[in-house]
Design a protein around this ligand. Structure first.
Ligand code: BGP
Length: 478
């Protein structure tokens, strides 16, 4: 038994965290570029500190990333050496449409991705492409207010039509929006939202959500029309909420928190808003307009699979005497039964099995774990043979436990799972902190939090371990 024969083992990245080359090939500026390292990062990501230009005195780690833009051949060769069947990467929208509202795409941007996809195919690696991983061209934010405007649906349709047409046959797996629920937690980072004085942020967020959900349904429709072989997934930041204790109030609160995240997937997987969402909008006094044409597209174009990131379960309580919290974008109550990473992200492998079962029970569609992993500080050491490596046994331990949990979900619970792409298969810039020192990779990149370093790549101990895992289709985990 075990994992299915054609199981898609691989790794995941995102354009804004690894490409760099922010001004090359005609690329335009995006929200993800103007998110600095340091104390201003959080207010900027929240949309409360407006930063729509590169300002003096700040360090912006995304501008150079890990220079994947120039080094993709070397990096893909390393992924191939590990035996990757798939590689998850994202498109930088502003490489294809530098301002976002042009009618003609930027050929240089398209050529870059075509080269990357061809390089993957050379090794038999199937690209898994996130259409937008948090990025939104700055011009669309300044001119239209980003996703608050319905216009973005039109621009996104143009983007996806261009991609599906140009990369027909090269790419078969697509994700419409990375962690679509992030818009509720870090609205600028997640969707380029900044809030004006007097504006109701919640209404602005849900209006933007509505537009993204319409756009996502259009993407499914267009993908299938342009190439019936295309498979399109939604993507959420997952992790079931646990009630801190068995008080019914805590159980109810956990359910409410789960719903807030699942609402997106409810629409993308079922084709309509659930009643609880309509009630929420009613209470907020929010009227969302939905044309008959968009309503029909939504209803008839649900996703083919459910992709999600999983780093941890979450915990919540209504009790006032329980004060300890954890996490950053998703703040919650600290679970006393779990250990945590150096960044305070709690570690819960069984939580992955629980989450997979919840999602599969609810949607009855195939799942894809497109992010998972341990962000940790690594030390590069001499391996004794004149080469450098990292003895990252802690990472191996984390991944092993999570792979075992996935296996149990597949083997014992019958969950349908298409693949597994652990996050940051090569070290890259952290989304939440902007640090390089929060590393996830099998491959170490010589770069520090201030942007110093040679960018040289080194295989960690986990590199050889993961190669064995893939070669044995998940049977050899020691
Ligand atoms: C998810 C994002 C990724 C990634 C990951 C790890 O939320 O989709 O872009 O960065 O989390 O988070 P971090 O980089 O903050 O450790």
């Amino acid at each position: 038994m075990g994992f299915p024969k054609n199981f898609l083992w691989g790794g995941a990245t995102a354009a804004n965290q690894c490409e760099g080359g922010y001004q090359e090939g005609g690329r335009g500026l995006a929200n993800v570029d103007v998110t600095p390292h340091g104390t201003e990062r959080f207010p900027v990501m929240l949309g409360t500190r407006k930063m729509l230009e590169l300002e003096d005195g700040y360090y912006y780690p995304a501008l150079e990333g890990i220079d994947f833009y120039h080094r993709y051949k070397e990096d893909i060769a390393l992924f191939a050496e590990m035996g990757f069947k798939t590689f998850r990467l994202s498109i930088a929208w502003s490489r294809i449409f530098p301002k976002g509202d042009e009618t003609e795409p930027n050929e240089e941007g398209l050529r870059f991705y075509e080269d990357v996809f061809r390089e993957c195919r050379k090794y038999g690696i199937e690209p898994l492409v996130t259409i937008t991983h948090f990025d939104c061209p700055i011009h669309l934010i300044k001119e239209y207010g980003g996703w608050k405007s319905y216009k973005l649906v039109e621009f996104y349709k143009r983007l996806v039509t261009t991609l599906f047409t140009r990369f027909k046959g090269l790419v078969h797996y697509w994700l419409t929006f990375n962690e679509i629920n992030m818009i509720l937690h870090l609205p600028f980072m997640g969707a380029g939202l900044v809030f004006e004085e007097g504006e109701d942020p919640k209404k602005a967020q849900y209006t933007s959500v509505h537009h993204e959900l319409i756009a996502s349904a259009w993407a499914v429709k267009l993908a299938h029309e342009i190439d019936p072989e295309n498979q399109v997934g939604c993507m959420m930041a997952a992790g079931d909420y646990y009630p801190y204790c068995c008080m019914p109030e805590d159980v109810w609160e956990a359910k409410m928190q789960d719903r807030a995240n699942l609402m997106f997937i409810d629409v993308q997987a079922r084709g309509y808003y659930p009643n609880y969402a309509k009630k929420l909008f009613e209470r907020m006094g929010l009227e969302l307009s939905l044309s008959d044409a968009d309503e029909a597209v939504m209803r008839e174009n649900t996703v083919d699979f459910i992709a999600f990131s999983y780093y941890s379960s979450r915990c919540v309580t209504t009790r006032e005497d329980v004060k300890e919290t954890t996490g950053n974008a998703f703040k919650g109550t600290k679970n006393p039964y779990l250990k945590a990473s150096e960044w305070g992200w709690q570690i819960d492998a069984l939580g992955l099995r629980i989450t997979m079962n919840s999602l599969f029970d609810r949607y009855q569609k195939p799942l894809f774990v497109v992010e998972n992993g341990l962000g940790a500080k690594d030390t590069l050491v001499d391996d004794g043979n004149g080469a450098f490596t990292v003895a990252d046994d802690y990472r191996i331990e984390y991944l092993r436990a999570h792979i075992e949990a996935m296996k149990a979900a597949v083997e014992e619970d019958g969950v349908e799972l298409w693949g597994y792409t652990p996050w940051g298969c090569i070290d890259l810039v952290s989304a939440s902190t902007g640090e390089m020192s929060k590393r996830y990779g099998f491959i170490y990149v010589d770069r520090d939090d201030e942007g110093h370093g040679s960018m040289a790549r080194y295989r960690k101990k986990s590199f050889e371990w993961y190669r064995r895992v893939i070669a044995s289709n998940g049977e050899v985990l020691d």
